[in-house]
Ligand binder design. Structure first.
Ligand code: LMR
Length: 400
């Protein structure tokens, strides 16, 4: 066979999460359930359009706006809205103007720009992620040029966060390591740090010179929009420099609009201006400038008090439904007399539950019951509803 340019390229594995959706869609069984990808579904199994989004879309459409390029850093005004949501309206970080925010292609795009900035501009090349973490963290870091290490996070024996082990591992990270942290609703485990634990992590980051990169893709799905920003506000209060990757995919149900933001908190307004110029450079080299639709919807909502309050209520409704489904699953698992106590699902937060199901058990759920989940045992609670939760519980009990 002749050696061509691509003849030595081998096939990549399908994505561990998005590949589940592909298989789910191809499955003709009518009772199928997708607990794979982290997408919010309502009780009828649909991705809802929020009322605030519908209203924003109508208002924006009525303006018949032209389509020039946005500035490299994104829609003017969006960054102020993002910072208020992250730090609180009266935050010192906002008043002192020591943070810079740029619009990004979803939370993934924010991570990518942040990582490129840290690697290519700040010359950092070591990073650490929690074990386990969202798989794409590792891909993103490697593509941005980092060597990726990990720190222990989940304690399988106790179905809990293994905080002592986490601190031990963080204490042994080389100075200058970029530390990827989940600000809330840890993906995939659903276990978050307490305020005291965050404070201990912050002190350790300060004493060991670790560089925090906080991923906040699920703000509002844990305890509340303000409560879920706790870690970010504690880092802000510490005076440290750090980065935050925000996503509006989940909290606005705007998955395909790719709308997120990267915020870099620096030591001073002067430093923030310099960093802003470099972020523009990185953004331009990645995708030139971001798209406007998702940004306009989010800005329209967050920049007006009435619409902001309406959005908070819609996020609260989604959060409540997730909590109810956690309770329903735990109840159904107890009813079917499962071999394992499943009450841990009610202690986890956000969209996901880390079930401890093995890859073989996940495979059986898919093959025998048309229930789809991620191989590592993560299920998306939002895929549950009043119609399928009993079936899911019976099926899980059957494979245990
Ligand atoms: C997930 O973890 O399922 C979501 O963040 C979607 C994705 O891109 O992986």
């Amino acid at each position: 066979m002749t050696d061509t340019l691509f003849s030595r390229v081998t096939s990549a594995e399908p994505d561990a999460i998005l590949g589940v959706t592909t298989r789910f869609k191809a499955d003709p069984r009518p009772n199928k359930v997708n607990l794979g990808v982290g997408i919010y579904l309502d009780n009828d199994g649909r991705v809802p359009v929020l009322n605030v989004v519908r209203e924003a879309e109508e208002a924006i459409a009525a303006q018949h706006l032209p389509h020039p390029y946005l500035p490299i850093s994104g829609l003017p005004g969006l960054s102020e809205c993002v910072q208020r949501l992250l730090f609180g309206a009266d935050s010192e970080v906002i008043q002192s103007r020591r943070a810079v925010t740029v619009q990004s292609l979803g939370g993934t795009g924010a991570l990518k720009v942040g990582m490129d900035f840290l690697n290519h501009i700040c010359r950092k090349n070591k990073a650490a992620v929690s074990r386990p973490t969202w798989g794409n963290h590792i891909c993103l870091l490697e593509m941005a040029g980092f060597t990726v290490n990990s720190y222990r996070y989940y304690d399988a024996t106790h179905d809990a966060l293994g905080f002592d082990a986490m601190m031990y591992d963080l204490g042994n990270m080389p100075t200058g390591t970029v530390l990827v942290l989940h600000a809330c609703c840890h993906n995939p485990t659903g276990y978050d740090l307490t305020e005291e634990q965050w404070k201990a992590v912050i002190s350790l980051c300060q004493s060991r010179g670790l560089i925090p990169l906080l991923d906040i893709a699920y703000q509002g799905f844990g305890l509340g929009l303000q409560e879920d920003a706790l870690a970010i506000r504690l880092f802000a209060a510490s005076g440290m420099s750090f980065l935050v990757a925000s996503s509006f995919s989940k909290s606005f149900n705007l998955y395909n609009e790719r709308i997120g933001a990267l915020t870099v908190v620096t030591a001073s307004e002067t430093e923030a201006k310099t960093v802003a110029s470099q972020l523009d450079y990185v953004m331009r080299a990645n995708f030139s400038s971001p798209p406007s639709k998702g940004a306009r919807i989010v800005f329209h909502t967050l920049s007006n008090e009435t619409r902001f309050n309406a959005w908070c209520q819609e996020v609260a409704n989604m959060r409540t439904r997730i909590r109810q489904m956690r309770e329903a699953l735990a109840r159904e698992m107890a009813t079917v007399d499962a071999k394992r106590d499943f009450s841990f699902v009610t202690r986890q937060k956000g969209m996901f539950s880390f079930t401890g199901l093995t890859p073989d058990q996940i495979e059986r759920l898919e093959k025998e019951f048309a229930i789809y989940a991620v191989k590592n045992g993560r299920i998306c609670i939002c895929g549950l509803n009043n119609q399928n939760v009993a079936y899911v519980a019976q099926s899980i009990a059957a494979v245990l």
